[in-house]
Design a protein around this ligand. Structure first.
Ligand code: ATP
Ligand code: MG
Length: 432
């Protein structure tokens, strides 16, 4: 036998029955987005490397060590598999002058790529749902986008405040960050001997990111560091307070975490994360914030924006952990065909049923003809179907089919092939 090829480490196949959970979650997301008036965007998976270097910042984990970058072997262009969705969406908005007639509410669902060490909840190809609101500067849309994420948790059976907790912070504006940055560098310099290698390197390039460290040895230095919130001016504080009071009014509990800074450079004002204790160290299921400078930074006409991204794998792990994952949909009916029955008649009956919305699966006969009745009933049972439709030669000759309940205590009966549309409803009644 030829050698079998395997998928790339950290990149997973999503197969039945798990794929049914993915579809369930995606359906919930689409319904949510429609309720809030967010429209779908689909941008390419491969983008120019420069988009992410300029968009995310050179001194970020993603750009420094996580990107799948390569040269186009035909023309030498520098390309990257997208590690996140926001930069691509902003590029597309700029390229198509999409914000010309006003703000936009957008969302996407799709794969992202980061060269990380694969573990539970952390993969090299993973999937995000992202929501972006472009062109609106007020705290109302910051609150809206957070409330929308909370609504999604409820739709998925995740309890807000216990299963997932909200952390928020304000990063202020660039000039406020500069003042804080100087104080921060001063503090960190005094304790430079306690910084790890990343910390030392970032001391002058990106000291704010040092606050985000997961290194326990640096916690004391980081905790004693000057806090950005103390450097915020009146306008930034008013924006933050408006977001908080809307969350208060909506009954969404949150914790202000002054050390929450997020991984990308593009954020300002509101930043937030939804975290869970139930997934070990991969505890952030969703993160986002305001990024008023990014559109301009990527060459567009200046416009404010806010957004979030959530990890589908982590969300599904959480849903499973909580025992809230739905059972994959079983068919309503499973069609069993006995020897000597014309396939065409079976098929047209099944088509008529499906046209009425019935979920019905045919057991294919194979080259030797249908298997024994017993083995076919076994398959019908295993399919989870509510009914078996038994197409026997004598009945079909009379224009009839036997409908046999596989679960519950209904009666077996025969129905007319020609009038399938009339009895189709009975096969679906168990769903309501
Ligand atoms: P982390 O701190 O866990 O690395 P992050 O801050 O890098 O997360 P973001 O860039 O904010 O993550 O992406 C938004 C969401 O995407 C995260 O909250 C997480 O749920 C998910 N995510 C990020 N990286 C991965 C990954 N490698 N595998 C699976 N999910 C991921
Ligand atoms: Mg990361």
């Amino acid at each position: 036998m030829a050698e079998q090829l395997k998928a790339i480490k950290g990149m997973n196949d999503i197969l039945p029955p798990d794929s049914a959970r993915w579809e369930w979650l995606e359906d919930k997301v689409r319904a949510l987005m429609r309720r809030y008036g967010y429209q779908n965007v689909r941008t390419p998976i491969v983008e120019p490397t420069a988009l992410f270097v300029r968009g995310l910042g050179e001194v970020t984990d993603i750009v420094e060590k996580e990107m799948y970058s390569f040269e186009d072997s035909l023309n030498g262009d520098k390309l990257t598999l997208r590690p996140e969705g926001t930069a691509g969406v902003v590029r597309a908005m700029n390229e198509h002058s999409f914000l010309y007639e006003g703000g936009k509410r957008l969302y996407y669902i799709g794969p992202m790529f980061r060269h990380e060490r694969p573990q539970k909840g952390r993969y090299r190809q993973f999937h995000q749902v992202g929501a972006e609101v472009l062109g609106f500067a007020g705290p109302d849309v910051d609150a809206e986008i957070i409330l929308m994420s909370a609504a999604l948790w409820r739709d998925l059976g995740i309890e807000v405040g216990t299963d997932v907790r909200l952390e928020i912070n304000s990063l202020g504006q660039p000039e406020e960050r500069r003042a804080h940055r100087e104080a921060l560098i001063q503090h960190l310099q005094v304790h430079a001997d306690l910084l790890d290698e990343d910390g030392k390197r970032r001391l002058h390039t990106n000291p704010l990111r040092i606050l985000d460290t997961k290194n326990p040895a640096m916690q004391a230095v980081v905790e004693a560091a000057p806090q950005l919130i103390d450097f915020l001016g009146e306008a930034s504080l008013a924006h933050f307070n408006a977001v908080k009071s809307t969350l208060d009014a909506a009954g969404i509990a949150y914790r202000v975490n002054p050390r929450l800074v997020r991984g990308m450079d593009y954020y300002n004002l509101t930043v937030f994360e939804w975290v869970t204790e139930r997934l070990g160290s991969q505890g952030t299921v969703c993160g986002g914030g305001r990024y008023d400078g990014l559109i301009e930074q990527l060459g567009g006409k200046p416009a404010p924006a806010v957004g979030w991204g959530l990890g589908i794998e982590r969300l599904l792990l959480l849903v499973e952990e909580l025992g809230k994952a739905p059972q994959p949909d079983a068919p309503d009916a499973f069609a069993i065909t006995l020897a000597g029955v014309p396939v065409a008649q079976v098929m047209t009956t099944l088509e008529a049923l499906r046209a009425q919305g019935v979920r019905v699966v045919l057991n294919p006969a194979g080259k030797e003809g249908p298997a024994s009745m017993k083995s076919q009933f076994k398959k019908a049972d295993a399919s989870g179907a509510q009914f078996a439709l038994v197409f026997g030669p004598d009945e079909v000759a009379q224009g009839l089919v036997t409908v046999k309940p596989l679960r519950g205590n209904g009666e077996q009966c025969t129905e007319s092939l020609a009038m399938a549309a009339q009895w189709a409803g009975r096969l679906q009644a168990h769903r309501s």
